[in-house]
Ligand binder design. Structure first.
Ligand SMILES: [Zn+2]
Ligand SMILES: [Zn+2]
Length: 229
């Protein structure tokens, strides 16, 4: 696989200041990987070996299914299933050379791994190195980070955990503060919107001119804040 498709300038990801920047990073890596495998790469033998071995998670199968190229997906599934028949469920070749545990490992890789998730993880770990370098080196980048709209809860957790080992002591305190501020600010606004939404179900708020304020999509935004999706 051409790993270059997973290199994205970190600065560009932080420019829009809309939603969680790490979600944007993930979305970018995700859509590039999906586009890549749904294109010509689907037919490349080395990619096929990897997709057969790892399979895909439900989220990424759904994203692939939403692409126009259904034949690509069907062909990929065909060899994926055939590989399972051959590697795990063929009786003739068992016993002698391959132990039960080796087969079980293959099954559990298909069940638990995902080709797209592993590419995202790979790309993310590299972008994170650049991210922490920029944070330490450039005042402008620190300001850009602090001026984000929000950090979702899983990515707050991820940044604070990684920051502890990636940042020099000198920057860690400020970084954790920045992260906390971004998450807390959004959490408070979100909580107010969800509470407002609940209140709108009150009998006194049933008129046509009832003011829903910012609350109409608050359920969706709360789920995204809590799960990244
Ligand atoms: Zn996020
Ligand atoms: Zn996945």
């Amino acid at each position: 696989m051409r790993e270059s498709i997973l290199t994205i300038p970190v600065n560009e990801i932080f420019e829009p200041r809309e939603g969680c920047p790490v979600c944007r990073m993930r979305d970018m890596l995700e859509s590039r990987t999906i586009e890549y495998i749904m294109g010509a790469a689907m037919m490349e033998p080395d990619v096929r070996i990897e997709t057969n071995r790892q399979g895909f998670c439900k989220v990424h199968f759904e994203q692939m299914r939403a692409c126009k190229n259904r034949l690509s997906l069907a062909l990929m599934l065909q060899t994926h299933l055939q590989q399972l028949q051959k590697d795990v469920f063929t009786k003739a070749k068992t016993g002698m050379f391959e132990s039960k545990t080796a087969k079980q490992k293959k099954v559990s890789a298909v069940n638990n791994d995902c080709f797209v998730c592993s590419k995202i993880e790979w790309g993310m770990s590299r972008l994170m190195v650049t991210f922490f370098e920029l944070y330490q080196k450039e005042r402008e980048f620190r300001e850009l980070f602090a001026s984000q709209e929000q950090l979702c809860l899983p990515h707050y957790d991820m940044l604070v955990a990684n920051g502890a080992s990636a940042l020099e002591k000198k920057w860690l305190g400020q970084f954790v503060n920045d992260c906390t501020e971004l998450t807390k600010k959004y959490l408070d606004a979100l909580e107010a919107d969800v509470s407002h939404y609940c209140k709108m179900y009150d009998y006194r708020n049933t008129s046509k001119n009832a003011d829903w304020g910012n609350s109409k999509d608050s359920i969706e935004r709360a789920i995204k804040f809590l799960t990244t999706r």
